[in-house]
Ligand binder design. Structure first.
Ligand code: RB5
Length: 167
């Protein structure tokens, strides 16, 4: 298991980030902290882009990101092709994010979960393996935006006039 973990948050997630760091370090994990470094208001993309780039290039294998809702940070992280960031707010969602989606980043909603819950989800995220099999085929398709289904969606949103040129 990889014990080198990247972590980042905005001001809303700062206290939970510090708590998670402290707990994980006690268990022997090594954390690369991309900030932020206080509760002073900041813009989450400034901290999540550097973390996401480091996971996208496989410098780090797993990441933990935190903001008030978890949405802003996951939107930034999922811009990168090798990132599968899952917003996790309960144990089952977290488990399936690893088993089915092979998530490499967990996003946490600091304003809606306790520190204890955050740690539970993080531990589950770090120790759960990807199931592979049918899920591997699905995960492999995530970046294939030209697959048949998407073409179908595009065709069905085109006007009749435009469609006649495709025959
Ligand atoms: C900050 O107030 C808040 O907007 C941010 O933490 C996050 O929830 C954005 O998605």
């Amino acid at each position: 298991m990889d014990t080198l973990i990247a972590i980042a948050s905005d001001h809303a997630g700062f206290l939970i980030k510090e708590y998670i760091k402290e707990q994980l370090e006690k268990e022997g994990y090594v954390l690369k902290d991309f900030g932020c470094f206080s509760e002073q208001s900041v813009d989450y993309p400034d901290f999540i882009h550097p973390l996401a780039q480091s996971i996208n290039t496989e410098k780090y294998k797993r990441g933990i990101i935190i903001c008030g809702t978890g949405n802003g940070v996951s939107m930034v992280a999922n811009k990168y092709p090798n990132i599968r960031c899952a917003l996790c707010w309960n144990k089952d969602i977290t488990l399936f994010a690893r088993e089915h989606n092979d998530a490499n980043i967990i996003a946490l909603p600091a304003r809606f979960i306790t520190e204890k819950e955050a740690m539970e989800f993080v531990k589950l995220f770090l120790i759960t393996s990807f199931e592979g099999g049918r899920h591997k085929a699905r995960v492999d398709k995530i970046n294939k935006i030209n697959c048949g289904e998407n073409k179908w969606v595009i065709r069905n949103t085109m006007s009749k006039e435009l469609l006649q040129y495709l025959h």
